[in-house]
Design a binder for this molecule. Sequence first.
Ligand code: ATP
Ligand code: MG
Length: 649
Amino acid sequence: MSTDLTERALSAYAPSAEFAAQANAQASLYQEAEEDREAFWAKQARRLHWHTPFSEVLDWSEAPVAKWFADGKLNVAYNCVDRHVEAGHGDQVAIHWEGEPGDSRALTYSDLLAEVSKAANYLTELGLQPGDRVAIYMPMIPEAIVAMLACARLGLTHSVVFAGFSSSALRSRIDDASAKLVITTDGQFRRGKPAPLKASVDEAIGGETPAPSVEHVLVVRRTGQDTPWQEGRDVWWHETVEQASDQHEAQAFDAEHPLFLLYTSGTTGKPKGIVHTSGGYLTQTSYTHDAVFDHKPGKDVYWCTADIGWVTGHSYIVYGPLSNRATQVVYEGTPNSPNEHRHFEVIEKYGVTIYYTAPTLIRTFMKWGREIPDAHDLSTLRLLGTVGEPINPEAWRWYHEVFGHGRCPIVDTWWQTETGAIMISPLPGVTEAKPGSAMAPLPGISVQIVDDEAHAVERGATEANGYLVVDKPWPSMLRGIWGDMQRFKDTYWSRFAEQGYYFAGDGAKFDEDGAIWVLGRVDDVMNISGHRISTAEVESALVGHDAVAEAAVIGASDETTGQAIVAFVILRKGVENTGDELVSSMRAAVAKDIGHIAKPRDIYVVPELPKTRSGKIMRRLLRDVAEGRELGDTSTLVDPAVVESLRQK
Ligand code: ATP
Ligand code: MG
């Protein structure tokens, strides 16, 4: 059963002496960054290749728009590909690609260089100029990564749109960015079946009001299905890119040249087109991939299970790992195609050593049962990571034991689309990690937890009374919201304008040891009879109950208490729903863990929860359901039918 807060705070997991001794990042890194932050970041930036070295590190004179390494010039794709080939590693596998239907391909760094060069040559032939925007709407196939790198190589700004999004979501993102080119595929495999994708592009940009900015659609053949075609506008990748020359010389761009736009996942509202630039972004993604994942080029086999449609895919599939000469697994499909063994088979097949995923998937694996991972040899794993939501301590311990056999450090990494790279995380060879806590800001990063008046909150406070803020600029920070600098200022910089803090929108607290607990979004914090209670803590208490695989908690308005806690729970596989008896034991678990005040008024056992396509629970929709309101923006929801079925409750 669940443990109480004190016990939870005490049970820290220290890295083994063996792991600590070989770790890339040692404790001295904190001290080094503390002594001279800018010198520290300059040193990290010099891990990259600069065509023109920078002389200035940070220019914060136009805050909140930072300039990092502003007079330096580099080519991001050259850093991710060419330099490894030039250093003699052309034959090293960059990507072990695993298709959903069971096909696979290996691309070495030399192969990647040839592919990226061909694509760069053809995009140049199409007349694209540095700074032009390109929308990428593709499943997880190597060409998607090639397309991103070709854009980076030419100074084109990519905007990757998750291939699970609807045509209307694609259209609004194409229009917002005025994209000239859309790169897509004929179709994609989803749960064993080919589904059309190019047809969605046509629906998005064609019809009665064609998207004015789009000149061409470049189509990779993936499924071979029949595909609608518009002569003159549409071109096949295999007839153009694949025929182009594989020789291409990369030009250098300013460190502040825009690299990409990416829309946030829309958990709290309308998605924002976050702008990232080149030098600072690559510096921090590269450094964090090295320090947090302890990655050893040429030795590790790394697997990040995200999709390139999310920032995690940008920073920890494409730019971070490739800049560090990783050999990585890229998997096209869902974790249960053709069955629930798929991820574990992939780990076995490639001997994966570093595995990075989201709490939602860990909870799904828990729901499926440990017999599945137990049927596989996972002994190659040496480090595990999570991102996307707070991880419930129970899920952390399950991950540690069932995946890591108690042997692998877990890095719980807090960051956002806006931060570009990891900000808060254990250092795997240094930090004694507490399940459920992201622990401490990385060397070079400075955060605070403050109250409404911007005063630092007291350590050890049990209430969710703090706002997480970043009080010093960092290299991979967002440079704006595309086309809406006012929203950029209002959203992130107005809350603590006087102090100049970046407002992350998440609640957090320090425990008595100074470890950071992210408590969920500020909008989700509940107020029960004047007590501020975090959704994350109540959810973790529920997940600590043997019967519960997943839980979502919200505050619904209540006449007596202001707000009342309402919980939606999914049971673990094989658990029988005994109704009132089961629900009472769940309420008791919360009372034991947190206190009577946190006991949910209502607990509903449900088959599914509304999630964004990146797997995050959309609590705002559950609030709408609980209070009988019209639903807010559902454009980034996986399955709108889930909310409808909850309404029947
Ligand atoms: P939107 O901003 O459109 O509402 P989003 O915030 O879900 O969408 P992302 O940038 O993908 O979009 O997610 C960042 C958020 O995810 C963080 O602000 C935080 O709430 C949550 N998060 C990410 N990693 C962690 C973590 N390790 N621990 C706790 N929360 C995390
Ligand atoms: Mg956000």
